[in-house]
Design a protein around this ligand. Structure first.
Ligand code: VG1
Ligand code: CO
Length: 543
């Protein structure tokens, strides 16, 4: 049993993106690949020696092997203590909660989120800081810089730790505590929501269905909904976490969460349905034959926050990512609170939450959360909705339609062109970028361009500037079209087109989303020549 220093050479592709490093499993299995990145993390953290780190992942293929490697490397790098989730499991929001509760130095979370898993799927690794949130660019840049010059890494040679038993063990000087990854998170949820009212609702004839998509929330959802809140056994479907997510794509949207969609849009549908993603930070909310757009969900939670014990005193402010619809802006205006527009990615909310400028945050990509942790939180959003439904006695559809009556409806949709060729996708963006100068004032049928830019964000707390965050084209009637390239895809490029229009007139709210947005969808094609650049006739996924 001793520390060994192993000679290595750098890999060129270890730049952490929006949420850490994501690559296919086969890339992570290359000799020294994982080790190089992990050593680069340890080398970039000043003062981590002797401190506590949290470790866990979404249970996908390679999770257990990676955890054993990281534990041994942590011991060799002088880490004081590691808290690792039993079975190597920890959802992203639970990791955030545990880092905060234990006042840990930080944490390492293993996940490629909503990307498929298994030997041919994806794997990922990200570092979270003391506040429980994703590392800011300053740290991820330092990790990348290290990974480019690395020539050796340190690892402690010893037997594997048993991850399946709650225990305290040692690797050299370092303590390894295998902890329950659910309990601290479940207690936090209980402290925020009115569990008594939700329990009463779930024991009435109100029926719910939770789809964990064979990913990490299976463990959490069974404990919270079936055990703690008394929902009938079987409420959680696809609840056993599997290394390949049962061959599925654990992305909670209308296309990939089809099991749940069939239940909620089928005969004898329950009153409420929800799904979450691979690592449990996303959520999709459905009512009986009704889909709640994530942007609307954020607006509804904001408007109804004071009904929930954890937020009964009101919100300090709200924040949304730039491509998220402006529905929440209207609520913030009415409540007289600030509304921040940030680039895509949860890390941009961290400073606003820490400085108490925002209480709730959300992204159009099925992410909602609050200052209770520093990540988006799927099951938190589900409990928030159930709390609102329990207190108001209304259905999901009534809640949303009543909301539209008050605030108007923001028709909203995202069109994804997944795994297209990278070069033409970048050309499409470059072309749009150069067009932003000439677009303002231009007329396209009924639409006149009000502004066009490549979104740039100045963090109001630390003044840091993030440029080139997506092309926004705004029209004089309040409609918007946004173009971005994904930072989380692992094959080629993924073009995301976000389309939004505003309709104040309630008599026009019952139009199907894609129909309501048709003129703008056509306009996006006319302006960006999507078909020509992507060589695709239609999007891969429409949400
Ligand atoms: C996507 C979403 C973004 C989200 C990110 C991480 O990024 O659009 O809103 O924050 O995934 O989510 P991109 O760059 O592919 O558009 V998760 O659940 O994968 O941590
Ligand atoms: Co996720």
């Amino acid at each position: 049993m001793s520390t060994k220093t192993i000679t290595t050479t750098p890999f060129s592709d270890q730049k952490p993106g929006t949420s850490g490093l994501r690559k296919s499993v086969t890339v992570f299995q290359k000799p020294h690949y994982l080790e190089n990145f992990v050593q680069s993390i340890f080398d970039s953290l000043e003062g981590v020696q002797g401190k506590t780190l949290v470790l866990g992942g979404d249970g996908r293929f390679f999770n257990r092997q990676a955890i054993q490697v990281i534990l041994k490397m942590a011991a060799a790098n002088g880490i004081g203590r590691i808290l690792v989730g039993k079975g190597g499991i920890m959802s992203t929001p639970a990791a955030s909660a545990i880092i905060r509760q234990y006042k840990a130095f930080g944490g390492i979370v293993l996940s490629a989120s909503h990307n498929p898993g298994g030997p041919d799927g994806d794997f990922g690794i990200k570092y979270n800081i003391t506040n429980g949130g994703p590392a800011p660019e300053k740290i991820t840049d330092a990790i990348f810089a290290k990974s480019k010059v690395i020539d050796s890494y340190k690892i402690f040679e010893t037997a594997d730790i048993n991850l399946d038993k709650l225990s305290i063990a040692r690797i050299g000087e370092m303590a390894v505590e295998v902890i329950d990854p659910v309990e601290p998170y479940a207690r936090l949820m209980e402290s925020l929501f009115d569990f008594a009212s939700i329990r009463k609702l779930l024991q009435s004839d109100f029926r719910i269905c939770i789809d964990s998509m064979h990913a990490v929330t299976g463990t959490y959802a069974k404990d919270i909904f079936e055990k703690s809140l008394g929902a009938p056994a079987g409420t959680v479907q696809n609840g056993i976490p599997l290394e390949d997510f049962g061959g599925g794509h654990p992305d909670p949207n209308l296309v990939y969460a089809h099991d749940l969609v069939e239940v909620l849009f089928g005969d004898n549908a329950p009153d409420f349905g929800a799904a979450s993603d691979g690592d449990g930070d996303r959520n999709m909310i459905l009512g009986n034959h009704f889909f709640v757009t994530p942007s609307d969900s954020l607006a509804v939670l904001t408007a109804n926050a004071t009904l929930v014990p954890g937020y009964k005193d009101g919100l300090s402010g709200v924040a949304r990512s730039m491509p998220t619809s402006e529905a929440v802006d209207r609520v913030a205006k009415k409540l007289g609170i600030d509304c921040y527009e940030t680039p895509t990615g949860w890390k941009f909310f961290g400073n606003l939450l820490d400085a108490d400028r925002a209480t709730l945050c959300g992204e159009e990509s099925f992410g909602t959360g609050s200052n209770h942790v520093r990540e988006k939180d799927g099951l938190w959003a589900v409990l928030f909705w159930l709390n609102i439904l329990a207190v108001t006695g209304k259905s999901v559809e009534e809640i949303v339609k009543d909301h539209w009556k008050i605030y108007g409806r923001n028709f909203y949709s995202r069109h994804d062109y997944e795994a297209v060729a990278s070069e033409p996708a970048m050309e499409l963006m470059d072309r749009l970028r150069s067009m932003t100068v000439e677009l303002p004032g231009k007329q396209f049928g009924n639409y006149t361009v009000d502004y066009a830019d490549d979104f740039s964000y100045t963090d109001p707390v630390d003044g840091s500037v993030s440029k080139k965050q997506g092309i926004r084209i705004g029209f004089t009637d309040g409609s918007r079209i946004v173009f971005r390239l994904s930072g989380t895809g692992t094959k080629g490029a993924t073009l995301r087109v976000y389309i939004e229009s505003y309709e104040p007139d309630a008599s026009k709210h019952d139009v199907e989303t894609q129909v309501g947005l048709k003129p703008l969808i056509d306009l996006a094609e006319e302006i960006a020549l999507i078909r020509q650049f992507t060589q695709r006739e239609e999007p891969t996924v429409i949400t």
